[in-house]
Design a protein around this ligand. Sequence first.
Ligand code: ZN
Length: 446
Amino acid sequence: MIRYHARWVLPISRPPISDSTVVEHDGRIAYVGERSGAPDGTDVDLGDAALMPGLVNAHTHLELTVMRGFLEDLDFRSWIFRLTRARREALAPEALLDSARFGIAEGLLAGITTYADTNDSGAPFRAMLDMGVRGISYQEVFGPDPAQCAESLAGLRAKVDALRREATPLVRAGVSPHAPYSVCDALFEGTAAFAIQDGLPVAVHIAESADESSLVQHALGGWADSHRSRGIDVVPRADSPIRLLERVGVLDARPLLIHCVRVDGGDVGAIARHDCAIAHCPASNAKLGHGIAPLTEFLRAGIRVGIGSDSVASNNRMDLLDEARLAILMQRARTAQFNVITAGEALEVATLGGARALDLESEIGSLDVGKSADLAAFPLDAPRSAPVYDPASALVFAASGRMASFVAVAGRPLVRDSRLVGPAANVPSLESAARALAEWSASARR
Ligand SMILES: [Zn+2]
């Protein structure tokens, strides 16, 4: 038994409690409440800090950490093309693994214990296993050309089979048909059927850019032109990206829908009706110039919503408290309402909301007896955050951007005294991978 004491405990499932204790036993939460009532055990005093459930990052591309700052101020299609080419031509598998591990180090120091990562290489799956964190690695599948569909599906099955053989209670495999501009209808249908049959979690990038909507609704725009130039037939596919996913059966797999910037009332209704979840990525959506997703409408409709950082190639940081702050500020600016989404509600989205979005709420997302001891503590005594009248407001509005002082996953400490420890301590250097990217960039320009 370990008794973690802190000035504030935020269980999320109930209001914050001051001068309290969380007891961990065999990786699970055995007690949450006043110090005087805690069962006997070894004491760890976290001091003037807020102890809460580990944050759940509902959307990452961990292997792209080395591309932080590498793709600035590009239009979305150029951004994707350059990202894809650079990854393929300049980054070896070891570089992608180092990049993913570096990303998890960043996330852990920001109190993130769970990662929902979409990738093709499998490097983030390996990195999550190595560093002791929790997560789902969604194996991406691509193929805008229906002629490639059978081959893409066979490749997906083989990759998912390999991942499933190495899955653990902490790290699982899912599938991700990438996006409407990179996946044809037949491949969406085949991937959804595979996922439903095998009980695999699904994630899909959807309703992100204006160009994507234009492709889906009108068969026009940059994506439509580039498909036609490759000899791919392009026709209008649905009234909206969400209705496309409904028509091809993807919504029946209860997917995690990443972005959902360009959605109308009918789309929100379809998402709720099919009990799909949303990964809300306010910073990435803003930085790439896509817009502001209607988070308040999602929450009002009872949709399961988590907060995602997206890759640092479009953010450029992984800090979920900061992301929660941005989520609130953008919704208040968008709606011109002073009380839309409170700090407490945003913290719930960043923890229990993310857990629900990933179907992990029976295991993580709140400090409740019996759940896994996935914990994060943030110091609140520095000039940046003191004084504290309400710990949720202090954490989200003032302390965001500060390092976590303590983090554990399933009871195993990965951050102590703001330092990575245990399996998380071995953080690789990104120097050689970054040099490879810089050299690629110089040669590609020539
Ligand atoms: Zn993404």
